[in-house]
Design a protein. Structure first.
Length: 187
């Protein structure tokens, strides 16, 4: 009786295994790079020194934007309110496009830095009032910056563009809980 039960269970298992849609994995072939035109997935880790991840609890809103001229650099400071530590993605772009709509954003200057502040939140989620000053932000005392454009939030990211007078000068980025600072070399 016990053997008959065991055989019935084994036969049922074999039947179920044979009906599965899982096919064996193909033998591994040589590693190849995807074509350059293939879309890259969103990075799980920073792509470069110009990128940093936000803290998991980040819910930040841009509350101010200011410009400073210091020896050898022009500085853009995004003041932040809310909770957590910002992340960022900063890079030069030849085509400033608004997140969500891909609408071209007119930006003065010879080069354009796209700034994406990660861990952003709408004011009603962060509990602080958003920046409502001039757009673009300009300062005649900061000659290397043509203007700082927009601080729009879309899907947890604040997007802004910095119009730079030089031809893609070097820059550094640093973040603190209450601000994001971008220093751009002057010539």
């Amino acid at each position: 009786m016990r053997n008959r039960l065991l055989l019935t269970v084994l036969a049922g298992f074999a039947l179920l295994t044979g009906c599965s849609e899982h096919s064996p994995a193909p033998a591994p072939g040589p590693a190849t790079q995807p074509p350059a035109s293939a879309a890259e997935p969103a990075p799980a880790v920073p792509k470069s020194a110009d990128d940093a991840l936000a803290s998991r609890d980040a819910r930040l809103t841009v509350t101010g934007v200011r410009l400073e001229h210091l020896p050898g650099i022009d500085r853009v400071v995004y003041e932040l309110g809310g909770a957590g530590v910002p992340g960022w993605q900063v890079q030069y772009t030849g085509q400033p496009l608004q997140d969500g709509s891909d609408t071209a954003v007119p930006v003065a200057g010879k080069s354009v830095l796209e700034v994406r502040i990660l861990g952003s939140a709408y004011p009603w989620d962060s509990g602080v009032d958003e920046y409502d000053g001039p757009d673009p932000v300009t300062d005649a005392g900061v000659p290397g910056i043509a203007g700082v454009y927009g601080t729009q939030v879309y899907e947890g990211v604040t997007q802004s563009f910095i119009g730079v007078q030089g031809d893609r000068p070097a820059y550094t980025v640093s973040g603190e809980p209450t601000r994001l600072v971008i220093d751009i070399a002057t010539t």
